[in-house]
Structures are given as structure tokens and as C-alpha cells.
Write a protein that binds this ligand. Sequence first.
Ligand SMILES: [Mn+2]
Length: 318
Amino acid sequence: MSNTQFIETNETVIVTSGSAYIDIDVLACSLALSCLHRLCGRESVACHTGKMNGTIPEYVKVEVNDLFENELPSSGRFKYALVDISNPEYFESFVDHEKIIEIYDHHFGFEKYWKDKLGKFVHIKHVGSCATLIWEKYVKLEKVHQLPESIAKLLYLAIVSNTLNLKAFVTTDRDIEAKIGIEKLGFFKSELITEYYSHIEHQLLNDFKNVLLNDVKTHDWKGEDCFIGQLEMLDSEELIETYFLTGTATKYIQEKYATNEQLWFVVISDINKGYNLIFTEDRKTKRLIERNFSFTFDGNFAKSDRLWMRKEFIRDMS
Ligand SMILES: [Mn+2]
């Protein structure tokens, strides 16, 4: 059946994202969208070269390992679909920008650029999770009952993770509706969420250095690179005592990034408490944050007024 929801193509649709790392949103969106293309009769495969980061539990990493390619297939003719990203600078390097047929994203900054290029095939909406947009596509095409259980679970966890369990300011009605819609498929219970976070926190405490350093974004702040880490959990107390108050986190960041006077901070989200702790030991970064966001540092920590996502910090850094 042909439809006007997708650009028609006989070529294989490669679903991909940024090259830096794969987080739970990228993973869910890319597996779900490639599956949707196949359900609609097109050849499609998810393809990522980056490592799966700390937002994906170990047992999921094992489960999904064979469900996507680690490099572009060696032969074939391809079109590209991008998920959870719209800044062309960070796309996987194998993406031919002239052969992009659709983009799904919820980050800020490139809405007009892509609208002008792709028109109705660009879906950049400021919802909490990109997974919400992919779920909505399943609903629109009436394919929700063909969505495999394992992928439904990933979409669900991506929505939870990207909206800090619907507590983040970026959460929209569309995210809430998507979450309820997936629950209605009846595959799983709400314990999935506490299970997910207990895996994530366990991983974080056991492999702190890698989890921290594998999820750092770079953003220009007043002409300088600023490195921004993010850690999200139900309860941050143990982590803060073990790794932040001891100076361990600072040591890891400085080993990897610091030249003198480097701008850097880490956004620690405590979902149960409903706020973030913003951590840095760099004096200039503290001053910039205090001026820009009106949070006040007490030692190396500033407490936010509500739960902020890193992408909101990035949006508002000026
Ligand atoms: Mn996302």
C-alpha cells in the first residue's frame, strides 16, 4: 500500500543518528523506525558506529546487539532517515546529506533549515522524547499492533528517560499520551521503570568513569568550548558522596578535557527530589552559570529550581 507519509523509494532506508554515542532514545527511535519502514514494505536497517551509553541497561545492550549494523552495508543504494538529531555537524559521517529523506528530532536550532529542505518529511517538535514522534507515526499508519514487544519497551523507556519520568519541564501532553498508548498494548507493568533505573544506577556506580565520559556534549559558550556531562537517576545521594564530594568526577573530567581554565559542568538530575545539582569546580563556569541561569553555587554545587534537562541548559546558554 502506498501512502504519502513517506517519500517513495526503492532504495534501502538507513536509519541513523549522531556519531558520538547511542542513547536509549536513539536506540528506540532507530529500531522502531527501521521496523516501521519494513512493515510498510521498504527495505530498511538501523546503523550506528557509536557506543551504547549509560542510559541503556547492560541486558538491553546484549538483547539489541544483532538488531542494528555497526557500519554502512558494503553494497546497495541508500536513502537516510535521521532520528534524535538535526544538527548536521554531528551526523554519522557515512550519511550522504543529499539523500536524507526524513528527520525526526526534538532538539532546538535546525528547524527552519530542514523545513526548507524536506518540507513535510521533517518532524522536529519540542516534545520530551523523540520516541514520542516515532510512536505517533505508528499510530498514524495504524501499525501499533505490529510493533514488536521488545521495541515497544524501548520506546517506553526512552520516553521515561527523556522526560525524567514525565517530571521534566520539557514533557508535553504528546509524551504523556504516547506513554499511555504504549502501556495500553499490555506488554508490561509499571515496575519496568524502577527496574530500568535500578539497572542504570547500578551501572553508573560500577562504571562511573565511562558512563560519565561517554555522555558529554560540547557547546560553545561565549566563544569557548564548554563540556557538559549529564547523569540522571531516581536518587543521586550515593553517587554524589562516592564520586563528586571525593573529587573523583573532577579528576576524570580534567584528565580528559581540561586545558587550563576549561569551561565544564555536570548536570545531575535527581528525579525523586525533582531538581538538579549542577556541579563544577571551574570558577569561570560558576560565574557564567550564576549570571545566565540565576542559580547560586554553594561550594561546587548549585541547586536548580526544578528538573532541567541538559538540552534546556544548552538552549539557554547565551
Ligand atoms: Mn532524545
